[in-house]
Design a protein around this ligand. Structure first.
Ligand SMILES: NC(=O)NCCC(=O)O
Ligand SMILES: [Zn+2]
Ligand SMILES: [Zn+2]
Length: 472
């Protein structure tokens, strides 16, 4: 492993930006200093570059089972984490969905092993809480899972009949989360409203791909966000709302935070940078853009940016759930399996590799946020909320040497062929960006260098131990 010196860069943390050299030894940051005369086995010249903590993507779906475990997302823990590393992300937090015929606890242990065999960057897992009729003793499993490092649980308020839990289940789960110091997360869409609207669209023959966005209305999201906040508050639990897509939902969060509620929320690059107008006229190719909640009208985006600036939105994660347009060799047809019929299109979009570049472009290069806020959104805040801080999420002595040397003046065009995700399209294909990662280190290992070459074996990624979340 040895030592690495990153010299002459500007170290950017969530609260400061200073010129400093960074000395790394045996996987950790061991010194920060100005004009140092340190020597090391490897030297990376970061003149004119920023040195930031590795990105933490708190929301990914690698080899994620769908359709009753008959198929899955295109990227597995290997391809997905290689792509993540190329994009400057050195930790991912993925999900465990209970397998039929197996308890949530057993599923979790198997998935943790699978991820450990294949990942090239560090990972953690959130448990998805199944409806009680799928596992009546699920609360007992959740207790055991908290001891095994699953310090965050996701509840679906959407997808009735498969994943949706009712308000009683939310209350019981939130209460247990509060007791155990676990952070509950919600996919906030009112499943009944979406199902009803979907049926109305089917009955009137409006099933083309873009009607997915009509089915998943702004109100259905805002209602569920509001309800989740009220339910969490009623049992004294904190709350994390994943993939906020609608300005109306962000408003609910903003209001609640102004009232002192302990609620944090995430949005995703696709909601900030891509719009309904980009796919509404594409016919069946609009399937590429389908995810839930949906990518909404361009007029909605400014409200999300405002919430990012004010802090109502605390993190930017990808919700990377990539499906191919053309059928992959090893899987059944994916995005185009039901042309002209949106209810059967697998939900989810890729982005694990694009996140930092897209947020930098729309946020920092556009003058909306500064580099410190960027670091907070993509690394520090997720580290704090999910119990990884200060081991991760900060460039500081003692922290893991998960580091990105970032070129803030790069002139780069994102392309499908130039990225490493398995999906055969990229939502940002052709987008010109002015910042990109040029070196990526994970626990001191130099995974990606300035030429873009990659050096990291499957299985080098480790399960990230989680401590107490910093909920402030
Ligand atoms: N977001 C999406 O459409 N698919 C992934 C699963 C989820 O987060 O709901
Ligand atoms: Zn979700
Ligand atoms: Zn998701």
């Amino acid at each position: 492993m040895g030592s690495t010196l990153i010299s002459n860069g500007t170290v950017v943390n969530a609260d400061s930006a200073i010129r400093a050299d960074v000395l790394v030894r045996d996987g950790r940051i061991v010194a920060l200093g100005i004009g140092s005369d340190w020597t090391a086995d490897h030297v990376i010249d970061a003149t004119g570059k920023l040195v930031i903590p590795g990105g933490i993507d708190a929301h990914t779906h690698l080899e994620y089972p769908i359709d009753g475990f008959t198929t899955r997302t295109a990227d597995d823990f290997h391809t997905g984490t290689v792509a993540a590393a190329h994009g400057g992300t050195t930790t991912i937090l993925d999900f465990v969905k209970k397998e039929p015929g197996r308890s949530l606890y057993d599923t979790y242990l198997r998935r943790r092993d699978a991820a450990a065999r294949r990942s090239v960057v560090d990972f953690g897992l959130h448990a998805i809480v199944p409806p009680r009729d799928q596992q009546p003793d699920v609360l007992d499993d959740l207790r055991r899972l908290a001891d095994e490092g699953a310090a965050s649980w996701k509840f679906f308020m959407a997808y009735p009949g498969t994943q949706m839990v009712d308000d009683g289940e939310l209350l019981a789960g939130f209460e247990l989360a509060r007791e155990l110091g676990v952070l509950p997360m919600v996919h906030a869409e009112n499943g009944h409203m979406v199902a009803r609207e979907t049926q109305r669209l089917i009955d009137s023959g409006r099933t083309a791909e873009h009607f997915h966005a009509t089915a998943h209305g702004h109100d259905a999201e805002a209602e569920a966000v509001h309800r989740a906040i009220v339910l969490a508050e009623s049992v004294g639990a904190p709350l994390y709302v994943v993939h906020v897509s609608s300005a109306a939902a962000a408003e609910e969060i903003s209001r609640a935070r102004a009232d002192g509620r302990r609620v944090w929320a995430e949005t995703c690059p696709q909601y900030l940078q891509v719009a309904y107008e980009d796919y509404a006229g594409l016919g069946e190719r609009a399937a590429a853009y389908l995810c839930s909640p949906p990518i909404r009208e361009r007029s909605n985006q400014e409200g999300l940016w405002k919430a990012l600036v004010t802090g109502a939105l605390a993190t930017v994660a990808t919700d990377h759930a990539g499906f191919c347009m053309h059928q992959p060799d090893d899987l059944p047809p994916q995005k185009l399996r039901s042309p002209g019929y949106f209810p059967k299109v697998p939900n989810g979009v890729p982005g694990i590799e694009d996140r930092l570049m897209v947020l930098w472009e729309g946020g920092v290069a556009s003058g909306r946020i500064d580099p410190c806020r960027f670091v907070d959104l993509v690394s520090t805040r997720p580290a704090k909320l999910f119990g990884l801080f200060p081991r991760k999420g900060i460039v500081a002595v003692g922290a893991d040497a998960d580091l990105v040397v970032w070129d803030p003046r790069a002139d780069h065009v994102i392309t499908t062929a130039g990225t490493h995700m398995r999906t055969d399209y990229n939502l940002y294909d052709g987008m010109r960006v002015t910042g990109k990662p040029v070196h990526v280190l994970s626990r001191g290992d130099h995974l990606v260098d300035a030429s873009g070459s990659f050096d990291g074996a499957a299985g080098r990624g480790a399960f990230a131990e989680r401590g107490t979340p910093h909920l402030f």
